[in-house]
Design a protein around this ligand. Structure first.
Ligand code: BGC
Length: 731
């Protein structure tokens, strides 16, 4: 690699900002590279019409299911294959860095960009994000995990501050990023537009340097979100390496001037330039001729992923899979599918499956009629007539692209009224009605669930969604998708309802760690469909749960007791009822899938990382105690339970005068020493039956140094310090 430290300051500064909307600068032998969106397809713009709003044209590329769909597969291996295909397409389109994955937590269903994110659960988001990165980077293309961090709303996203306490940050909002960085080593991280506790992400040294690099060991490049940099000098000082897009050299000059006046350390400019050079080297060191990608093979993969993403929410009377019958297909989305979201991730697909065509293809000789539906009385009447004269109605409902997108949030989560009216009229004449849903963010489903006997949730499925839906409808694929997000009964039940969006530039994360199912479970709220839910055309039986010592992993036997091959996603949750801190009633600690033929049984193994038991208190702490482990088919369909003791981490040392009597007594080394000292200065505490224990309990929250004053001169500060030194020296 070039010796960048010997370069002139101007050259080093120049390397740290873009040459154009999508490229870095070529400087002194370091070639320019192309970065582009992401995440579910390559949005490569050529020519002069460049934008990050999804407006201008881009070259054809496969539109895989957006993150909302991919997440519903709960299948890291499949996500990794999609990543690898995206890597191949990037190479063949001349792209060196693909801007994804988006691993922000879905805090509120109204966030306009939820379709680009995976889940309300950090372990699921982190596991899938890491798989995506591994796939893309296996092809020599860099990933850019985004938007770092706490970017959970679109409203005022370029200014608002996400105000979050430390524990919530670590356990919920930074967690998936940490997992992706530690497990998959992405070559770049994209810092977000927003502020975090008042400080812009781009200028946040704690975030970009202390946490990302020093704690997590990130060795790649930090790039700004497009236009996120307000003050390049402050950003470089905090740990930003590359500002995008180009500022026409203006911010390079700011950096040079700041070094010259001594306001910015010359060494950080070198470091940033070295990181750009390292990224260029990583993405160009295998300069093999990039072949055109295999459009057909990628479309097939997109179809496989789409079918795997479909969640069978409800299937009364085994209405699905469809038996050979006359079908009435109703709804515009059957002909003009809603399959991706609006904004920077918008892909120009290589082709597009039309659900109606795919349904006709699989329906064989059976009659399939189509009516678009709508709100006009004639359109409703046509739809009702078609439904009535068929054996089964298949009704497509959902949100249009205008109703949700990057750049703004929704104000409600309702499906359009006219769609619900249409559904009501149709089920009145046709009890065999299947609803198929398309939407980027969660929609309220209580009415649909009450009316329709069968519901398939497609969320957004990408360009081959039409084929994927037909495969599931006719049982070519047995559905195994699971919700990656709770479907609440009402918007008012959601965790951030009163704290969304920001107000006067601040978003208070008042619900703390209680996001998604953690919230609904803690509050005991009913939901329309719980996190992890998804039915199958077969049934599975769980038995013989075995949990390793210290909860290092678990095994459970799963049998297919139905009559079709099927894939079951086994989910494991933990709880610690006697925790010292507030914990959700359960949280996901692992998952694994198994595909079984009818009658087959297999032991499914789920490894558990110790860190997933921990909570954050200045550092990760695993509490000792009896953990309750439950496994099942969803967060509210738990089949087996066990209790296992976990040895806790050693209590924090050293103890100080601020440590409480309770903390000292909880420590096996400190407790006897403290008790001996107490007995010496306060014989009554030990000698009065009953009273001693109560006294200690009452005093548990008193910092030990206050005992000096309370002792009325019996204990001196010097004696206390001696005791603490003796305890701390025990190691
Ligand atoms: C988005 C990013 C995207 C970038 C480049 C921004 O508006 O937030 O996700 O990668 O534009 O298009």
């Amino acid at each position: 690699m070039a010796d960048i430290s010997a370069w002139a300051l101007q050259q080093r500064a120049a390397l740290g900002s873009g040459a154009s909307f999508w490229t870095t600068k070529a400087v002194d032998g370091i070639p320019s590279i192309v970065l582009t969106d992401g995440p579910h397809g390559v949005r490569k713009q050529s020519g002069s019409a460049t934008d990050h709003l999804g407006l201008g044209a881009s070259e054809p590329a496969t539109c895989f299911p957006p993150a909302v769909g991919l997440a519903q597969t709960w299948d890291p291996a499949l996500v990794q294959r999609v990543g690898a295909a995206l890597g191949d397409e990037s190479r063949s389109l001349g792209v060196q860095v693909l801007l994804g994955p988006g691993v922000n937590i879905k805090r509120d269903p109204r966030c306009g960009r939820n379709f680009e994110y995976y889940s309300e659960d950090p372990l699921l988001a982190g596991t899938l994000g890491a798989a995506w990165v591994r796939g893309v980077q296996s092809r020599g293309v860099g990933a850019s995990v985004k938007h770092f961090a706490v970017n959970n709303a679109e409203y005022d996203r370029m200014r608002a501050s996400s105000d979050v306490d430390d524990r919530t940050l670590r356990e919920i909002y930074l967690r998936a990023f940490e997992q992706v960085v530690r497990e998959a080593q992405p070559w770049t991280v994209m810092c977000s537009y927003n502020r975090i506790n008042g400080i812009y992400a781009t200028e946040n040294a704690w975030l970009l340097t202390d946490v990302l690099r020093d704690e997590w060991g990130f060795d790649g490049l930090v790039v700004s979100d497009w236009g996120a940099v307000r003050d390049r000098v402050a950003a470089v000082a905090a740990g930003l390496d590359l500002e995008m897009p180009s500022t026409g050299g203006v911010s390079d000059a700011d950096v040079v001037a700041a070094v010259q006046t001594g306001a910015l350390d010359d060494a950080v400019v070198t470091l940033a330039a070295q990181r750009v050079a390292q990224l260029v080297q990583r993405t160009t060191e295998n300069p093999s001729e990039s072949a055109p990608f295999d459009v057909d093979a990628h479309h097939r993969l997109a179809r496989e992923a789409a079918a795997a993403a479909v969640v069978l929410l409800k299937n009364d009377g085994d209405l699905l899979p469809l038996a050979p019958s006359r079908l009435a297909v109703i709804g515009r989305f059957a002909q003009t599918p809603r399959y991706q979201g609006g904004g920077s991730s918008h892909v120009n697909p290589t082709r597009l499956d039309i659900p109606l065509d795919e349904i006709r293809r699989l329906a064989g000789p059976h009659e399939v009629t189509f009516v678009p539906g709508g709100s006009h009385p004639d359109a409703v009447a046509d739809a009702v007539a078609a439904a009535q004269s068929a054996d089964t109605a298949v009704l497509f409902l959902g949100l249009t692209a205008e109703e949700e997108s990057e750049g703004f949030d929704r104000e409600h989560i309702d499906l359009p009224d006219d769609q619900l009216r249409l559904l009501r009229e149709i089920v009145a004449v046709q009890p065999r009605t299947v609803v198929i849903l398309a939407h980027g963010g969660v929609v309220r489903l209580d009415a649909v669930a009450e009316l329709a006997p069968a519901i398939l949730d497609g969320a957004l499925l990408g360009q081959a969604g039409g084929g994927g839906i037909a495969d599931v409808l006719f049982g070519v694929v047995n559905p195994s998708g699971r919700l990656a997000e709770t479907v609440p009964l009402r918007l008012q039940d959601t965790p951030a309802f009163l704290n969304f969006p920001s107000e006067s530039g601040r978003t208070v994360y008042g619900e703390r760690i209680f996001v998604g199912y953690r919230w609904y479970d803690a509050r005991g709220l009913d939901v329309a469909f719980p996190f992890g839910h998804g039915l199958s055309y077969t049934r599975f039986d769980y038995s013989e749960l075995q949990v390793d010592d210290d909860l290092a992993g678990l095994r459970v036997s799963v049998a297919n007791i139905g009559d079709r091959v099927g894939r079951e996603v086994v989910q494991a949750y933990a709880a610690l009822p006697a925790s010292d801190v507030s914990r959700p009633p359960r949280w996901l600690i692992g998952f694994a899938a198994v595909t079984l033929a009818p009658g087959d049984r297999r032991v499914v193994e789920i490894p558990v990382r110790r860190i997933d038991l921990a909570y954050w208190k200045d550092r990760w702490v695993v509490e000792g105690g009896d953990y309750r482990v439950s496994v099942g088919s969803s967060s509210r369909d738990l089949r087996l339970e066990a209790t296992v003791h976990v040895e806790g981490d050693a209590v924090t040392r050293p103890f100080t005068g601020e440590s409480t009597l309770g903390e000292l007594l909880a420590d096996p080394v400190a407790a006897p020493m403290v008790m001996a000292a107490v007995a010496e200065v306060m014989p009554a505490a030990g000698s009065t039956p009953g009273l001693g224990v109560d006294l200690l309990r009452m005093a548990a929250s008193i910092p030990i140094e206050r005992m000096v004053g309370f002792s009325g001169g019996t204990v001196s500060r010097a004696q206390l310090d001696e005791l603490l030194a003796a305890i701390n020296s025990q190691g």
